[in-house]
Design a protein around this ligand. Sequence first.
Ligand SMILES: Cc1cc2nc3c(=O)[nH]c(=O)nc-3n(C[C@H](O)[C@H](O)[C@H](O)COP(=O)(O)OP(=O)(O)OC[C@H]3O[C@@H](n4cnc5c(N)ncnc54)[C@H](O)[C@@H]3O)c2cc1C
Length: 485
Amino acid sequence: MRSRVRRGRLPIVVIGSGVAGMATALAAAPAPVRLLCRAKDGSGSASALAQGGIAAALDEGDGVEAHVRDTLEAGARHNDVAAVRWLCKAAPATVAWLEAQGVAFDHGPDGCLQFGREGGHGAFRIVHAGGDATGAALVHALRAKVQAAPHVQWRRGVDAEALLLRDGCVAGVRVRDARGRQEVIEAAAVVLATGGIGALYAHTSNPPGADGAGLALAMAAGAATRDLEFVQFHPTALAVDGHSLPLLTEALRGAGAGLVDAAGEPLMRGLHSLGDLAPRDVVARRVWQARQQGGGAWLDAMSIQGDWSIRFPTVLKACLAHGLDPRREPLPITPVAHFHMGGVATGLDGCSSLSGLYAVGEVACNGVHGANRLASNSLLEAVAGGRRLGAALSVATPVAMQGTHRWSERGASLPREYLPALRELLWRAAGPVREGMALRDAWRVCTAAAAAGWQMRLAKALLRAMRRRRRSLGAHCREDRGCPM
Ligand SMILES: Cc1cc2nc3c(=O)[nH]c(=O)nc-3n(C[C@H](O)[C@H](O)[C@H](O)COP(=O)(O)OP(=O)(O)OC[C@H]3O[C@@H](n4cnc5c(N)ncnc54)[C@H](O)[C@@H]3O)c2cc1C
């Protein structure tokens, strides 16, 4: 095993190169940063797949208070109000910063920013870049800045598998590459920016690497977690074979697409005053129910005007790749695991309960999203939170640690052949609609198999949180405890 102990200042180690990790790394200048990610080419983040956009109260007639209200409403008022105020206030400056990094947001013919609308938003306040390719545009721009930044060293193709603890403080990380070679990197601070857990489910919009590895690493070291039971399901992914399914952005419904049943009748009729643009959890449960009843559900987007290759190039390409043309036929849909509101418990400054360990982006939970994230608030939070954390770390004085050290191991992975069964178990018991007995049985399975791999232990922790919250709240729907279907 190679050991990298730097002579000068120890680096800040940022695990994850989605938008949260890259924003943290850039803002930490001039402190040295080692940015780590799993894929050899730096791909594989959820950030690159984001379609909808970024929420910011920038339009005339909109305001920070309205954005705050909608965020709290979507979050079932389980949110940390101070965190919500901070986020909504930071949104306009975050968009301006991204523009300064080279992100070209879409403008109308009048030269002004174009604003879209998504479920739960009472105003047109979503900015996009490249139509529905916003995430890819952000990743492209930030990546260029990271690659040009002299203070950042980007190490790709490694999995962070253990944390080094010295005097009880997190002081480094051990990584392993695809050939099994290990390396120790001592650090002034370790930042988890490892994304969500969607890939633990049988059907997800997330990339396969969004498996909760960073959350499992933090939990193994004893870091506190929060709100693990709250998982958001997106109502409209393309119902085709596979694990990571193409998303059909909510912006399609904002542009006039409608949800229909097999007979072409509106699926949301009489269910919610906002109809097809009702909050995500409400729509996801309706689509889930329609599919459970065997009737199926479709998104009819044929009425959308304009050039699809400009407005929705990502959706168009994904549909055509599966032999479906959204301009000519309704698209079969399914809900998918999409976003984890819970995670490593942090304050707004990204500090976890363990000294030296920080978390930012989807892996973290500072309470901003409450029990259900408002659409297009997560890229915003990942970038704003990353900038805030990076700036704080750039001026932090590293504590000299010389005491005894120990390794906190995430542990071996579940054998590959067992993963589909675990994903199916979570999909059935811990999906958009949950029930006490099914949660208990699934928890027992994970408890019995906990030694088989870290994914089992993580699933057990998620199921435990879901069992403990007996009442329905936000995205956590307990069918046996008054869930509004
Ligand atoms: C299809 C889709 C559409 C979305 N649309 C929107 C949208 O329109 N607006 C919005 O606000 N949000 C959207 N979201 C949510 C948003 O994209 C994510 O919440 C956000 O991008 C998360 O960013 P992140 O940097 O925290 O994590 P990610 O972008 O997922 O990055 C995680 C990084 O961690 C690395 N990593 C993980 N584990 C390890 C490990 N053990 N060792 C080393 N590296 C590791 C990965 O390689 C990756 O680089 C969407 C999500 C999806 C999946």
